[in-house]
Design a binder for this molecule. Structure first.
Ligand code: C2O
Ligand code: CU
Length: 480
């Protein structure tokens, strides 16, 4: 927009001061004035991050990354429910980019899918995003152009839409989980971008976990404190399964949408790439204790972060009695199977799979030639974004999609512009009340999802294991 002054007066957005606390410093975005309104300025650009810890020898401990405003994670974006969020993305990268606002049910033209909802923003270019998020909750933003590389380089940040009446907590903590592939010098392993072995297996798994860009950060807490934790899985491919040692947090939201408050599953909370979980944590430990936020891997639990109790006396004697349930979002939840449009989605490919050939850019190719094109996965026999949509729905119509994960790998299926519910698993109706935007599917699993298609436009449905997406796992649907 031409109203943005070319040499804008910058000032800091102060709203963060009273809100979400972070173990590490997550910067607030810069604001540019635009007439009476404000537009946040975000620049995607190269930067450096102390992934391997605080700098003793700065040159050795700093990893070259790409970040929003050059930072890791990118600036925390916050807006009140129902209020507009206006941003300008400037591309300071040597590569085209775009920004997708993961989980926000916003206008299609703002969805940020390069090649479908907008042109990719060239180096040196910019794009203005005007968002009006209808739902409160925990969301995040990241590129939707060469996503596998751009997210692995560090381009992501959290977007929090505040409830008008949030549950009372002492502090609101953001924890963005990631998993980096670093070489011996602590630099990103760039040579393995586009690696087809990764794509045909579990995606780009890393060797260096971080929370908010730091390996095993410590969060200072006080006994008796009540915290809201916002967990976001920003990893390309790593599935986390988290719990908090010795504590019983309560789950209050998944993928931004409130759930009836409940305990975490006994095996820990699964968090596939793209998924979020909001937890209420009553700090029930003793003064001076330490508890780990753990992820459970095949070889046992690993600490991702720690909660470090202060030595002083507890903040209060027992947990507060104030309610923790979140207010409902204005989501259309009336699934009407009788008037629905339905489609089947068959997911095939990958290592040890049965895919022999697939259509790619209009031609049927045998597996060997598909691999030559960087494709190893197909949805309904087609690799990559197809010409025509999986289905077309009328606005307000119920959509049912039967998804069959007919291969040997788990996948994280993400739908843009809508939240959906699981209606059946392996052919049997289930009564699951959670509204998700990303669904973890086990190898061989079949699910039926349903949602009300109330947001017009072209919406992608893809695997959020980004190497899988890049190697074929993407389709789209159209709402008239
Ligand atoms: Cu988080 Cu299509 O993406
Ligand atoms: Cu996948």
């Amino acid at each position: 927009m031409s109203a943005v002054p070319s040499n804008p007066t910058r000032r800091r957005l102060l709203r963060n001061a009273c809100g979400i606390a972070l173990a590490t410093v997550v910067p607030a975005p810069v604001v540019i004035a635009e007439g009476d309104a404000e537009r946040l300025l975000l620049e995607a650009r190269p930067g450096r991050a102390a992934l391997r810890g605080p700098a003793r020898d700065a040159s050795a401990s700093q990893t070259a990354i790409w970040g929003y405003d050059g930072q890791l994670p990118g600036p925390l974006l916050r807006v009140r429910q129902g209020e507009p969020l206006r941003l300008r993305l400037r591309n300071g990268l040597p590569q085209a980019t775009s920004v997708h606002w993961h989980g926000l049910r916003i206008a299609n033209a703002m969805d940020g899918v390069a090649g479908l909802t907008q042109e990719a923003i060239p180096p040196g270019g910019h794009f203005d995003y005007d968002l009006l998020p209808p739902d409160a909750g925990s969301y995040w933003y990241h590129p939707h152009q060469q996503s596998a590389e751009q997210l692995a380089r560090g381009l992501y940040g959290a977007l929090v839409v505040e409830e008008r009446e949030p549950p009372a907590v002492d502090r609101d903590l953001l924890l963005i989980l990631d998993d980096w592939r670093l070489d011996e010098d602590g630099q990103l392993d760039l040579a393995s971008f586009g690696n087809l072995h990764d794509a045909a297996h579990g995606g780009r798994l890393g060797n260096w976990p971080t929370v908010n860009g730091v390996n095993t950060p410590g969060f200072a807490v006080r006994a008796g404190e009540r915290l809201r934790l916002r967990l976001i899985n920003a990893a390309n491919a790593r599935i986390f399964r988290v719990d908090i040692e010795g504590h019983e947090p309560t789950l209050i939201a998944l993928d931004g949408q409130p759930v009836v408050p409940r305990a975490l599953p006994a095996e820990g909370q699964w968090l596939a790439p793209g998924q979020r979980a909001d937890l209420i944590l009553d700090c029930s430990g003793e003064p001076a204790a330490r508890a780990a936020l753990r992820t459970h891997l095949r070889d046992g639990p690993h600490a991702m972060a720690t909660f470090d109790y202060a030595a002083g006396r507890p903040l209060r004697d027992g947990p507060p009695e104030t309610p923790i349930a979140l207010p409902a979002n204005p989501l259309a939840t009336r699934i009407e199977p009788d008037a629905a449009v339905s489609a089947a989605l068959l997911m095939q490919g990958g290592a040890m799979g049965s895919l022999r050939s697939a259509r790619y850019r209009g031609r049927e190719l045998p597996m060997r030639e598909l691999v030559g094109q960087g494709m190893v996965w197909a949805f309904n026999g087609e690799a990559g974004l197809p010409e025509s949509p999986l289905l077309r729905a009328r606005r307000g119509q119920t959509v049912l999609i039967d998804i069959a994960n007919d291969n040997r790998w788990p996948h994280a299926m993400h739908l843009h512009g809508h939240h959906f519910r699981v209606l059946a698993r392996d052919g049997r109706a289930v009564d699951e009340a959670d509204w998700r935007d990303t669904l973890l599917m086990a190898p061989g699993e079949r699910v039926q999802i349903g949602f009300v298609a109330d947001n017009p436009g072209k919406w992608v449905l893809h695997c959020h294991m980004l190497e899988h997406q890049a190697a074929g796992m993407v389709t789209w649907l159209e709402v008239a």
